[in-house]
Design a protein. Structure first.
Length: 85
C-alpha cells in the first residue's frame, strides 16, 4: 500500500486495525486509523467477508472502505510501532 521506508508490517503499527477475526483467510486485512479514521461499516465488512467465504475475492480486492492487506516490509512513513513509547 505504501512505500516501504520503514521496514516492518502494518500489523506492527499502532494505527492498524484488523477488520476481521484473526482466524480465517482475512486475518491480515484491515485499515489505518490515520488514513481512515472511521471504521468501515459493519454491513460492508459482512458483505466482503461473505463474498470471500463464497470464493469471490473481487469485493475485497476492489473495496471502497479503505481495507488493505498488511504484508511484511510494507510499512509506511506513518508507521508507529505498537511499543514505540
Amino acid at each position: 500500500m505504501h512505500d516501504g521506508h520503514v521496514h516492518g508490517s502494518c500489523t506492527d503499527c499502532e494505527s492498524f486495525v484488523g477488520a476481521f477475526e484473526r482466524r480465517g483467510g482475512l486475518a491480515d486485512w484491515g485499515y489505518c486509523t490515520v488514513q481512515t479514521p472511521a471504521a468501515p461499516p459493519a454491513q460492508s465488512l459482512g458483505e466482503i467477508e461473505s463474498a470471500f467465504v463464497s470464493g469471490n475475492r473481487e469485493p475485497l480486492r476492489h473495496n471502497e472502505v479503505g481495507l488493505f492487506r498488511a504484508e511484511e516490509d510494507d510499512a509506511c512513513d506513518l508507521m508507529r510501532p505498537r511499543d514505540w513509547r
